[in-house]
Design a protein around this ligand. Structure first.
Ligand code: AVJ
Length: 318
């Protein structure tokens, strides 16, 4: 196996993007912060703990599908190149890589260099002949892919599509379509609409791990931008929006308070009880997924769910 790492993001891109997002998000009413800023080292660790909680079913449900169906997925795609967007620690992807017997190249794409190197090294020795081209890139932005053999399969797992707002989602899917040639495929993980109580529990667990994960975004802004958010001055909120069929995570200010963000020259007031949105996690139905794919020029060909119909993996072709 050979491992190449390509950085397409400038070293300071993350910092510039965080500044822009905090400036925008805290100047609007209602206030928002995008979920991508949860994932510093502590946030990534908290997310790993979330995936092990009894209440948080999506990771286990998706793994069950991959365990049972990766043979079918591999046969349907026949991919020689696998591109994984937002690959993170890539643990579930191993099931897919092991099944893709004709695979020649694996292209994990993530903003986290450490996650990419770890994922690349985990494959060392196990698949001689597999070329790993890790890309340090923001998967919501256009990127230049290495020249690798087709057919290509793009994998976007974990239900992360649900973190994008509807307009961002259609831009993202159009961008994926633009990476594909006719016959190439997209393997997409989507969490499904289900009983409200089950959904709310998954985002508001009894042991408070998700609450700590949510509040961690404030610690990130404190550390990176010198802000003085007190995470304990906010309460974790998880709400189901039945019209838009998404879970919203928010942070509710316990009291009237003022927060300083020196790096932005900003002073932000919160009213007592004011809620700031930190994440949208949309839940899907088959017809909706098919329609969004179709609009992007992708045709849904396969739909696999876990034994309890909680989560779906879909395969679509360009
Ligand atoms: C990693 C985006 C799939 O939306 O379920 C977990 C993140 N947020 N608990 C999700 C998350 C709160 C997760 N994704």
């Amino acid at each position: 196996m050979s491992l190449h790492v390509t950085r397409t993001l400038p070293e300071d891109a993350t910092d510039a993007a965080l500044r822009a997002d905090v400036l925008d998000g805290l100047s609007t009413d209602p206030k928002t912060l995008p979920p991508k800023w949860f994932y510093d080292a502590r946030g990534s660790e908290l997310f790993e703990r979330i995936t092990e909680l009894d209440e948080y079913y999506p990771t286990r449900a998706e793994r069950e599908i991959l365990q049972n169906r990766s043979g079918e997925i591999a046969a349907a795609s026949g991919a020689r190149t696998l591109i994984e967007l937002g690959s993170g620690s890539s643990t579930k992807t191993r099931l897919l890589i092991d099944a893709l017997t004709s695979l020649e190249a694996y292209v994990p794409v993530d903003v986290s260099e450490s996650a990419l190197v770890q994922a690349g090294q985990a494959l060392t020795g196990e698949r001689p002949g597999l070329a790993v081209h890790a890309l340090i890139a923001d998967f919501t932005q256009p990127m230049t892919l290495p020249e690798t053999p087709g057919p290509r399969l793009v994998a976007f797992l974990g239900g992360t599509l649900g973190n994008l707002l509807p307009a961002e989602r259609s831009d993202f899917l159009a961008g994926v379509r633009a990476m594909l040639a006719p016959g190439d495929g997209l393997l997409l993980g989507t969490d499904l609409v289900k009983d409200e109580a089950v959904l709310v529990r998954a985002y508001d667990d009894a042991s408070g791990v998700t609450a700590a994960f949510n509040k961690n975004v404030l610690s990130v802004v404190d550390r990176e931008l010198g802000a003085d958010f007190d995470p304990d001055a906010f309460d974790h909120v998880a709400r189901w929006d039945p019209e838009r069929e998404w879970i919203e995570m928010r942070l509710r200010s316990r009291t009237a308070q003022t927060v300083k963000i020196p790096a932005l020259g900003m002073v932000v007031d919160f009213a007592a009880g004011e809620e700031m949105r930190t994440e949208v996690s949309a839940k899907f139905r088959r017809e909706g997924v098919a329609a969004e794919l179709d609009k992007a020029g992708l045709e849904l060909t396969h739909w696999w769910t876990d034994s309890e119909d909680r989560f779906a993996l879909s395969l679509s072709v360009a």
